[in-house]
Design a binder for this molecule. Structure first.
Ligand SMILES: [Zn+2]
Ligand SMILES: [Zn+2]
Length: 442
């Protein structure tokens, strides 16, 4: 008997309804559209009427780097990942510059980013690239999202950080002050407050926004996967160039709490360099680094995986355990009476019919081995065949000799088979010089 009353049905979120001619405008997050499309458009149009002052251009570039760092070193590596600790002065600088990048509050940004790392590529990832490149770039902001769909992320540490709490509470003030008023005031020093607002303010923040959006889109779409290829994050120098070093995203998703994104000295990661400089001057401390041993392990495992994929594409001959077991008498009869070109080497029977003409040692030699055990003459009795010859021979196998000792044991006893080295897909790995036909003691 059902005694519990059913909970009231939740009104479905707009994102669950199909987009139609009559409701499309309800699907749009108009506030975000103003911030990421509307205001940048106003900037583009206004730039037609306001000439660009050279000082304003220089300041806009400098301010671009500072507000970019507010996101990469602040929002991302400090607050989202706590990959290092910052003194209050540095936190103030990063929070102020981050506000100037017009990308939401630290609290909102970091919460979404933590969910992105925890649920990468799933439906709970707020900007999953599996929903398309355009969606991961801007679509997720332009279209309304069901907040209940996004995966849970713990942000109790951020709720205890006074800089994060203050900036979240006074977010609109912070954006207006840092993104637009501040650059206008600075450029007002040389009488170009309008240019300051349009170039160093609006257009510069548009560039920072687009660069950051590239991390969610391009860095999950373009480049190499040296550490893990199960998910979408990728390493790419080009994305690193536009995002102050955040383009080594495959590494970053594997080692998110490392303050570095690029680990080689020659890779472009100015965010890492700045955090290191701040450490030298006492503004940053407790910089976290994964041990190079752990990083190298990931790299080697991924290399191994790629090697397995290449190996799997090659013809290594029928696996021994799938070959028929043939008695010695049947083998001899098939060769001598039925005229089959069978040669037994190390307990494995090979059909060399198609190879007799091509045998580098001449067809007489190979012909003399038909219907016989050629283990000794193949392994040095006449000529000690190369590794390549053993590899080629393996593609000609057709059977296993009963009583073929080791070879038959592999077929008959699973415990023996387990001793064979296999790759991650269970395929037997034959190392150089390690073919079953190779008899070093002969
Ligand atoms: Zn990512
Ligand atoms: Zn991250």
């Amino acid at each position: 008997m059902e005694t519990q009353s059913k909970p009231p049905a939740r009104k479905p979120h707009i994102s669950e309804e199909p987009i139609t001619f009559f409701n499309w405008y309800k699907h749009i997050d108009w506030l975000n559209v103003v911030f990421v499309v509307g205001i940048p458009l106003i900037g583009v149009v206004s730039s037609y009427f306001v000439p660009l002052h050279p000082y304003t251009f220089i300041f806009a570039v400098i301010f671009y780097f500072n507000t970019g760092l507010g996101i990469t070193a602040g929002y991302h590596r400090l607050w989202s990942h706590t990959s290092y600790k910052a003194t209050p002065i540095l936190k103030f600088y990063l929070a102020a510059c981050g506000s100037g990048a017009v990308q939401g509050s630290i609290r909102w940004w970091s919460r979404g980013h933590r969910a992105h790392h925890r649920y990468t590529d799933t439906d709970k990832d707020p900007y999953s690239v599996r929903k398309g490149l355009a969606y991961s770039h801007m679509g997720w902001m332009v279209m309304k999202q069901d907040p209940k769909r996004i995966g849970r992320a713990d942000i109790t540490d951020l709720n205890e950080d006074p800089f994060v709490v203050w900036q979240h509470r006074h977010y609109v003030f912070s954006v207006v002050a840092m993104a637009w008023v501040f650059p206008a005031l600075v450029c007002g020093v040389w009488g170009d407050w309008k240019g300051g607002l349009i170039y160093a303010g609006i257009l510069r923040s548009c560039f920072v926004q687009q660069a950051t959006f590239c991390i969610n889109s391009l860095a999950h779409w373009l480049g190499d996967q040296p550490f893990d290829d199960r998910n979408s994050p990728r390493d790419n120098m080009i994305t690193a160039l536009v995002t102050l070093g955040e383009g080594y995203h495959n590494f970053h998703h594997e080692f998110p709490s490392d303050y570095r994104n690029a680990i080689q000295w020659y890779q472009y990661d100015p965010t890492k360099w700045m955090i290191w400089v701040w450490k030298q001057v006492g503004l940053a401390y407790d910089l976290k680094e994964f041990r190079s041993n752990e990083i190298e392990k990931g790299r080697v495992q991924q290399l191994q995986k790629k090697l397995d994929q290449r190996r799997a594409k090659l013809d290594w001959g029928v696996p021994l355990d799938q070959l028929p077991v043939i008695s010695w008498d049947d083998f001899v009869r098939d060769a001598r009476v039925d005229g089959k070109a069978l040669v037994a080497i190390a307990g494995v029977i090979h059909d060399v019919a198609g190879f007799i003409q091509d045998h580098p040692g001449g067809k007489t030699l190979i012909g003399s081995a038909i219907g016989k055990d050629a283990t000794a003459i193949f392994n040095g009795g006449v000529y000690d065949h190369s590794n390549a010859a053993h590899n080629l021979l393996s593609t000609m196998r057709v059977g296993v000799l009963r009583g073929g000792c080791e070879v038959e044991a592999w077929k008959m006893q699973p415990s023996e088979k387990e001793k064979m080295v296999s790759d991650s897909t269970g395929q037997h790995i034959v190392r150089a010089g390690d073919q079953v036909t190779r008899m070093s003691s002969v």
